[in-house]
Ligand binder design. Sequence first.
Ligand SMILES: Cc1ncc(COP(=O)(O)O)c(C=O)c1O
Length: 382
Amino acid sequence: MLYYRDSWAEINLDAIYQNVNHIKQHLPSQTLVMAIVKANGYGHGAVEVAETALEAGATWLGVALLDEALVLRKQGIKAPILVLGWTRPEDIHIASDYSISLTVFQNEWLLEARRLYQGENPVFLHIKCDTGMGRIGVRTKEELADVVKIIQEEPRFILEGAFTHFATADEPDPAFFHEQERSFKDFVDYFNELGVQPNVIHAANSAAALKKEGNLYNMVRYGIAMYGLSPSPAMKEQLPFKLEESFSLYSKLVHVKRIAEGETVGYGATYKAKKETWIGTLPIGYADGWLRRLSGSDVLIDGKRVPIIGRICMDQLMLELDRPYPIGTTVTLIGKDIPIDEIADRLETINYEVPCMINERIPRIYLKNGKKVKEKNPILPE
Ligand SMILES: Cc1ncc(COP(=O)(O)O)c(C=O)c1O
C-alpha cells in the first residue's frame, strides 16, 4: 500500500491505448503519431501514458520542458522525444546527453548554444514556425533563413523537424485555421528553396488530426483526444470515432451524521439545513485540486447524484446525502456519469484543465485489462 488516504484517481490505460489505436487507424498509414505527455501526461502520469501510447503505435513523445523529457528518459523510455517549449541554451548538453530533440526559433539562441556546447554529439532540432498562434516561433522567411543558416554552419546541429501550432483547429469556423495552414505551407516551401528538408514536419493537434483537415504532413501531435476528451464542445458531435475517457476520481465517506433543521455546515456557515438532513464528509478538498468553485456541484454515490454543500475546505468537503450510507462507501467525483466536461463547464473552463488540476496529492491507480497494475503516490516516494 503506497497511500494512506481514501481519495484516488484511476487511469484507464486501455482507454488511452484505444484512443491512440483509433487515431492510427483513422490517419493514413504513413502518418506518425507524437503522443503529447507534457504536464505529467495532462495529469494522468507521463511515463504510464507514454508507455501505453508507444505500445498502441505512437512513435514520438512530446513534452513542454526539458525536465519532463528527462523524467521519461530516466524511466528507460527510448522513443524520440521533442521538447515543444523553449529550453535554456546552457542546457543544450543535457538534450544531447539524453538524445532529446529541442525546439528552436531564435538565431541568438543558436549562437549562444553553439558557443556554450562543449560536446561532440549531435543535437537534434525542430524549427518552430509561428503562423498565427503568437506564442513562439519564427515569424518571417528572413528569420527562418537566419536560423537555418546557423544550423547548417554547425555540424553538431541536425535539423530534424519543422512545425507549427494551430490556434483554432477545434473551432467550427475554419477561416483562421486555413490562414495558418497557408502560412505554414509557405514556410515548408521556403525550406525547399533553402535546400533543406527536415525529416519530420508536423502541424496537427488532436482537433486537426481528428478532422483530418488540411495537410497532416508526416506527423500529428496527439494530446487531449488520447486522454479521451474532445478538443472542444463544438467538436463533440462530429468525432470520427468514440473517445474513451481515461481519468476517474474517487473518494470514500469518512463520516456520516444527521443534523437538525437550522444547523449549519462548513466555513462561513453558508449551508443551513432546511430540515433534518444526512451529511457525509469526504477527505478531498481544494489542496488536492478540487477547487472551492466546485461547491454546489454533484458527486455520485450508489448511482445517485448528491450535492457538495457549504464551502469546500482545504482537505475535506461535505455532501447532502439522501440517506445514511456506511462509512467507506465509494463516491465518484469524476467517472461514469460525471464526465470531465461537466466539471469543466461548472468551472467555466476547458476539459484540458481538469485532470491537470488534480494534483500530486491524489494517488494515481493504473488499470490495464480491467485490473490494477500500478499505484503511484508522488508525495510518498517508495
Ligand atoms: C505545441 C503543441 N502541440 C500539440 C499539443 C496537443 O494539443 P491537443 O491536446 O489539443 O491535441 C499542444 C498542447 O497544447 C501543444 O502545445
